[in-house]
Design a protein around this ligand. Sequence first.
Ligand SMILES: *Cc1c(COP(=O)(O)O)cnc(C)c1O
Length: 429
Amino acid sequence: MAEFGFDTRKIRAGYDPKDNNQSVLPPIYQTASYDFKSTEHAQNLFTYKEAGYLYTRVGNPTVTYFSERVKALDGAKNAVAVGSGMAAISYTLLNLAAKGGTILASPYLYGGTIDAFDRLFPELGVNIKLTDAVLDPAKLESELTDDVKAVYVESISNPNAYLLDIDAISEVAHKHGVPVVVDNTLATPYLYRPFEHGADIVVYSATKALTGHGNIIAGLILDNGDMSLYTKERYPQFYEPIVMLKGKSTADIFPDNFFIFRATLVYLNLLGAALSPQDAYLAIIGLETLSERVAKQSSNAAKIAEYLESSPAVEWVRHPSLASYKFKALADKNLPNGGGGVLSFGIKGTPEQEAAFLNNIKLFTYHVNLGDARSLIVDSPNTTHSELDEEELKLADIPANLIRISAGLEDADDLIADLEQAFKAAGLI
Ligand SMILES: *Cc1c(COP(=O)(O)O)cnc(C)c1O
């Protein structure tokens, strides 16, 4: 499938009707378990001598069709789909650092990720350091000490649409033998493919624009197949015998795919956030319109950003389409297909006027998802990022008057008229 274009792959990759009684759509394998053909077959599956399915928590054909399709879109070598974006992030970082060590992380992140970094990971012995050095690779280099197990960033970040230079970050990280993990949720492979910019591991919340209808929770872990960064010295976990493998290590069994294999065997298997086959099916259907949806969301967001920048009710606007955008040169280089559906703006007036504005919005829905077919609006500092303390909010560049929009697929004129009437109702214009 690699020889086909992006849009052909998003419809066709990873599934062949010949494998399923000519069924044009992938069947939903609604089963918990799989019948062994013989004792020998069972033994071969359990010792990974033969590929096949054992139990849906660790693998299901419909779930595989989904991960294979995203793999083809991103140009990844290995992939596993899991039950949520948070599971994808947690399993990835535990797989790299649960033996102890530091994750150098961008401060421009999804609120749930920062929650996990503040509360969960330190309890599990993983030290997280949020650093704005991700904006300055020379400075980042000085923070890449021997105990660093990964650099963790979002390609386009939430809520400010910060765009990071993954090429530069990867170059510096690789010099020090450290892999770069990119949460590519907001960008989707339609706008940006991190492996083409040096990333080693990509994680997704497929809940968002990747599948696009706000009807499932799903996640993915993908890698570039280059296992050479995971040295025995820094990552002994991949080379140590595991009881479940009868004394073999994950690197012994799959020398070209031990990162995802271990994430599956240890974390997906034992912590258990599996993706259901029904949800994998919905995810595949969502992917079929990825380009069309994200292109429309990007153009709607650009029109809304332009309107907001001209509104007297607004202090500032952040979106890659604007000439005033902080990372304009990088956006021109790295986002040829558009700036994505997410933008933020600073509303003028009092907190009461901000509340009146939100309470008078009629067309946008006021809720915390992203990348939905419907346009969404939310006051991030009071909701999605309310757990951040003062210092984290400052580091993440989230002022108190920030409002986030995730543009959907409606008519841009209707969305702009809705904002205009709500500004009026709040007495801001
Ligand atoms: C929503 C989101 C997540 C978490 O994904 P879930 O599917 O909700 O678990 C992670 N990263 C980003 C950027 C997100 O927007």
